[in-house]
Design a protein around this ligand. Structure first.
Ligand SMILES: Nc1ncnc2c1ncn2[C@@H]1O[C@H](COP(=O)(O)OP(=O)(O)OP(=O)(O)O)[C@@H](O)[C@H]1O
Length: 244
């Protein structure tokens, strides 16, 4: 790909205290693109997203966003700059309503709701069930509906980059399709997406390019439509000939 990426990482290393989980991750995300990151449990996908998003320590030059070194910037400032995350497990606020959960990140948003593309009204059009349930406590919603709230909360930050950590996990196929159907709308609105996804078929279909991770390293990358299933299987499980 040509041009300056909106987000990139450079020999990114990281982990938890003395435990190193990531060993030099290079990645580029260009404007309007969806990239997916696949890999087995424990490969380091969530750790990688957290490292980008300022939830784990990294060196400044390891993460570049919009032409600047931003590695290690705290998450709330990342949000203000234009990076938002839908975390694994959704992390919604129990005891608050659907709408309160949606609004919780707005104070920190890159743009005020009225100036941004994403408004509650727009999100209620995309996810009509949330309009219906807007005054209900979040714990009364199904898993899929809660995921819609988590995505809405992130979009209300008006991000230029959206990091999604396993948004399909534990959801019924119909709900997954409903949620994935809005990804083109998100990119059309000017937001590029990094998608961590366990389901390889879903990851391929939804993304322009794919990265496969194994034990903290990228073992395969290429255009999602070009990479063969055999190459993915080899990269996923660690055969030495996994080359795109
Ligand atoms: N809070 C933590 N403290 C210490 N080690 C951790 C912590 N979270 C994850 N790890 C370890 O870091 C490595 C990478 O885990 P990570 O959760 O990033 O993998 P993953 O690819 O996202 O897997 P999953 O799909 O299961 O979430 C694993 O060895 C894991 O045990």
């Amino acid at each position: 790909m040509t041009g300056t990426p909106i987000l990139s990482t450079h020999a990114l290393t990281g982990g938890y205290g003395d435990f190193q989980a990531l060993f030099g991750i290079d990645m580029e995300l260009h404007e309007g693109e969806v990239i997916s990151l696949i890999g087995a449990n424990g490969a380091g996908k969530s750790t990688y997203l957290k490292s980008i998003f300022g939830l784990l320590p990294v060196q400044p030059e390891m993460v570049r966003y919009d032409g600047q070194a931003v590695g290690g910037t705290p998450a709330h400032r990342m949000v203000r700059r234009g990076i938002a995350m839908v975390p694994e497990g959704r992390r919604l606020f129990v005891g608050m309503t659907v709408e309160e959960n949606m609004l919780v990140a707005i104070d920190n948003a890159r743009l005020p709701e009225a100036e941004g593309h994403w408004t509650r009204e727009r999100l209620f059009e995309l996810f009509p069930i949330l309009r219906e349930k807007r005054r209900q406590p979040i714990e009364d919603l199904s898993g899929g509906q809660q995921q819609m709230v988590a995505i809405s909360r992130a979009l209300l930050c008006q991000p230029r980059v959206l990091l999604c950590d396993e948004i399909s996990l534990g959801l019924a196929p119909k709900v997954i399709r409903e949620i994935y159907a809005i990804l083109p709308e998100i990119t059309a609105a000017g937001t590029s997406i990094v998608l961590v996804e366990q389901d390889v078929s879903l990851a391929r279909e939804a993304s322009n390019r794919l990265y496969c991770m194994l034990e903290g390293r990228i073992t395969l990358t290429g255009a999602s439509s070009d990479i063969s299933r055999d190459a993915i299987a080899a990269a996923y499980f660690g055969a030495s000939d996994a080359v795109a």
